[in-house]
Design a binder for this molecule. Sequence first.
Ligand SMILES: [Zn+2]
Length: 390
Amino acid sequence: MAFLALLIALAAPVWAQDRMDRLMRDLLIFDAHVDTPRYVMDEGYQFAEQHSYYELDIPRMKKGNLGAVFFGVYVQPQDFSRDLWVQRTLECIDAFHEEVRRNSREMEVAYTAADVERIRKAGKRAALVSLEGGHLIMDSLPVLRDYFRLGVRYMTLAHFRSNNWADSMTDVAVHNGISSFGREVIGEMNRLGMIVDVSHISDKAVFDAVEASKAPVIASHSSVKAIAPIPRNMPDGVIRAIAKKGGVICINFHAGYLNQAAHDVYIGNRPARDAEIKALLDSQRSNPRRWEMVRAIQKRYYELMPKVDVKALLEHIHYVAKLVGAGHVGLGSDFDGISGMTPVGMEDVSRYPVLVKGLMDMGYSDDDIRKIMGGNLLRVMRANEAVAEK
Ligand SMILES: [Zn+2]
């Protein structure tokens, strides 16, 4: 018996490696929220080359076996006046399409779940586009429809501020959730087949959105309040409501969202950090090195935060899986939207295999790993396409 136990112990790592290799061969890794397009637009950032900064480019996507990504487009009211919102949104969507076109041998824009699977099968990476903040439709359903025509396949109902029809989690509630016009917006999104994203919105707004939507919703980049009780994270009741509707909670990788202590340091230092960045950008308008200088400031503040290990990210995933099942959790890294505040061991898109290995070690089945790493998000996309008017 002792001999047999020894044999099993020796063979276990080989089996684990075999299983990992087998899984990685046909696994779809699908990230619900990455913010790279504004770097393409503002800084001429290129997907084709490998960088030592930011969190996504094609060489690193290949290394991490990232098969599909929702690229987020956002324009914050504190950064741009209302008359620039649509123009800036359109320019950012254009930057997304142009950058994918320039890399058409490696990437292709996907408009449907079937596109994602076809593009993946062809050995390329599927690129999708999403909008963050319902204010970007300017209270106009025609504008919403135009965004859909440009490829937008989900919209986060509100961003950091409440808008004319949806309350943000990080602002005063002005509608007690979603207004009656907000429900019309959701109805139109369902009709088009655009997924309703409930990240950033108030808990009451999530309950309203879940009730109003005919199709499953997503939280594209939100973590767990029971582990890290910070405003941007979701309480159990909200997680349950999203799951009950058939939706998926895609966990945000922001170190300050995964860990309360890291969050407190980040929030405490944020005003000083942002003031430094603003002063720099104002004074270095024509300096081609200004973005590099911004990154140096961000890095200096990041280093003041307690280190958060990738294990914390796995804990958030595990918590949701235990609470509502592995069929309702996914990945919404928020890479390139979190100012470099990544967990140790999950620094960029090349690191997704670490999560696969972590889930294997935690006892997840192949089937559940497939769901978590991307299958759930694809399922919700399909469910939204099914309710859309043909
Ligand atoms: Zn966000």
